[in-house]
Ligand binder design. Structure first.
Ligand code: C2O
Length: 587
């Protein structure tokens, strides 16, 4: 068994992180949500010893690489059962569709199930991509002309009209927005578990199919088979504002429930979690490009890091891909969390689709999928059959229900659309400013074993961590990526969550210090709630950061230990982290 892929934590942590009854832990406030529903609890065994334990043996039975990356160092035996079968995520179980939940206590529920379906849902056919003669070309939203804006407004207003004449028309504006709610706020079940298309490898393909049908419906409503959605070009300084066509009061692209801060050409913060970072427009744009570089290049050298964790029937671990975390979630937050109650529209999954800009935002998210592949190397689509065969359900522009598979959405041109090019200045935007002059004395920093598990991350926290190898050669680096992994990150998933990670940085690093070479990446989560009555709101998430490039850039390749600093930015009532480790992974 190669030690490089053994999922060992460097710390000894209580054998059951979720169910601890030791009174010294009970006094910690975050304990309130370390208690999940008992059926959801699982054992954590991040033992530092090298004995091959029961769970390691279990791991041998499955594809270890998938387990490591997909579940990010998850080795609780309780979670291995679904892995062994590895069934793809099937379409939602329509019969069990029930109310979704939009916020935490007192819980508010919301109906977003699809309109009545054929009695026998097993007769819903698979969708076949229709032949294409002319591609729909999606353009940057800040560059479109008045003619396009008029067309787009007309299409959306016709869609909104359908709500008035026939509220159950699946092509109506509200019904289309409900699709997102149903797949994201706990209305559907698969295999007895809640279906969730975020925080995993379902994220990119689900939204691609969603936009595909949405675009065709809009085109049909204005009788224009080449109509294409625009894309919000937030990865380019020229597009880092709310596209002006969405900011015209009284038009159908306008949404009065947006945060007022997004108006009047304000420059956006691609990493925002609600609080304003005091800086100039130029610096903000700079930080945005650095974030893009980190998420597209540094932290996504291989597919599972970009797409997010493996999600199969029975999955319950969350590990979103790099772009899903940032800037995807911050753009939702930046646009949505103004005065309305629950972050409407864009700041809450249940209502996000009610803002027309949602589909423009996701156009660029979808475009990033291509841009990432265009970077080359190991940056390719996933090939696991359980990804390719995962399924969703949508209505086409003729109101017919269809099942779709991920495998049929990998080629945009076959799907009949493409993106008009726009510069990608983040490609070479590597941060080079160093925060701490000179070298950190790692011996002055407590080892991870003294700090983990962290029961409540509420202040900047530094610890030192052993590397599995130092001074690696180029060939070794090409073969295996060095990955800093945090597992069993526990928090209340009805809260906005973000924390940042730095390597060998000054402990007092500030939120705006993203422009430093030591900034490694962030964990983020947008509230996503569960079925009413489901009282388990504890997420157990994983964060994996590829650090090979970061170590090079900070002159740390020879070090046997590195210092990691965690900076809480938004942690709700508390955030706990079970394990940390550095692994070498052939990803
Ligand atoms: Cu399904 Cu941007 O979220």
């Amino acid at each position: 068994m190669a030690s490089s892929i053994l999922p060992l934590c460097t710390t000894n942590i209580p054998s059951s992180f979720s169910n601890n009854t030791n009174s010294s832990f009970l006094s910690k406030p975050s304990q309130i949500f370390l208690h999940g529903r008992s059926s959801q609890s699982f054992k954590v065994s991040c033992n530092a010893n090298n004995n091959v334990s029961e769970h390691d043996k279990n791991l041998d039975a499955v594809d270890r690489r998938n387990v490591l990356l997909g579940f990010g160092g998850l080795y609780g035996a309780a979670n291995l059962a679904p892995l062994a079968t590895a069934a793809p995520s099937p379409p939602p179980d329509f019969k069990t569709c029930s109310k979704a939940t939009i916020t935490k206590g007192p819980e508010v529920s919301y109906s977003c199930c699809p309109p009545p379906l054929p009695k026998d849902t097993s007769t819903i056919p698979y969708y076949k991509l229709p032949p294409m003669n002319k591609l729909r070309i999606r353009s940057p939203a800040h560059l479109v002309d008045e003619e396009y804006i008029a067309k787009y407004n007309l299409a959306i207003s016709r869609m909104k009209d359908l709500d008035k004449t026939d509220p159950l028309n699946p092509l109506g504006f509200k019904q289309q927005a409900n699709i997102h709610c149903a797949y994201c706020n706990g209305a559907y079940r698969i295999g007895g578990k809640e279906l969730q298309v975020h925080n995993s490898w379902l994220f990119f393909p689900f939204h691609r199919w969603y936009l595909y049908f949405y675009e065709r419906i809009l085109g049909k409503l204005i009788d224009d088979p080449t109509f294409a959605l625009p894309y919000w070009n937030w990865d380019n300084p020229k597009g880092m504002r709310l596209p002006p066509m969405f900011d015209r009061e009284g038009t159908s692209l306008y949404d009065e429930r947006r945060n007022p801060q997004v108006r009047n050409r304000t420059v956006m913060d691609l990493g925002t979690f609600g609080s304003k970072v005091d800086t100039t427009e130029l610096l903000l744009q700079n930080n945005n490009l650095i974030l893009m570089y980190r998420q597209m290049v540094t932290n996504a050298p291989c597919p599972l890091l970009f797409f997010g964790a493996r999600y199969v029937l029975g999955t319950n671990i969350e590990a979103p891909g790099t772009i899903e975390k940032i800037p995807h979630i911050p753009v939702h937050i930046w646009t949505g969390t103004g005065k309305p109650k629950y972050g409407e529209d864009m700041g809450n999954f249940y209502s996000a689709g009610l803002d027309p800009v949602f589909y423009c935002h996701h156009g660029n998210v979808d475009r990033m999928w291509n841009e990432w592949k265009a970077l080359g190397g190991k940056r390719k689509d996933l090939t696991q059959p359980e990804w390719l065969n995962s399924e969703f359900f949508f209505y086409d522009e003729n109101k017919n229900p269809y099942l779709v598979k991920i495998r049929d959405c990998l080629d945009m041109k076959k799907m009949g659309y493409d993106y008009a090019p726009s510069p990608t200045p983040w490609r070479n935007f590597k941060p080079n400013k160093k925060s701490s002059a000179g070298k950190l004395d790692t011996s002055l920093v407590p080892p991870a074993s003294k700090i983990f598990p962290i029961f409540k991350l509420d202040v900047n926290t530094s610890f030192s961590l052993d590397r599995p190898a130092s001074s690696r050669t180029q060939v070794e680096k090409d073969n295996k990526e060095e990955i800093l992994t945090f597992s069993f990150i526990k928090y209340d998933n009805r809260e906005y969550i973000r924390f940042d990670v730095y390597l060998n940085a000054d402990k007092n690093v500030k939120p705006e210090d993203l422009n430093q070479a030591e900034y490694a990446g962030s964990y983020t989560s947008l509230p996503h709630t569960h079925k009413p009555g489901d009282d388990d709101h504890v997420s157990s998430a994983t964060l994996q950061l590829a650090i090979t490039e970061l170590l090079e850039d900070n002159g740390l390749e020879k070090e046997e230990k590195i210092v990691v600093t965690l900076v809480p930015r938004k942690v709700g009532e508390g955030l706990a982290i079970g394990c940390v480790e550095i692994m070498l992974v052939d990803c």
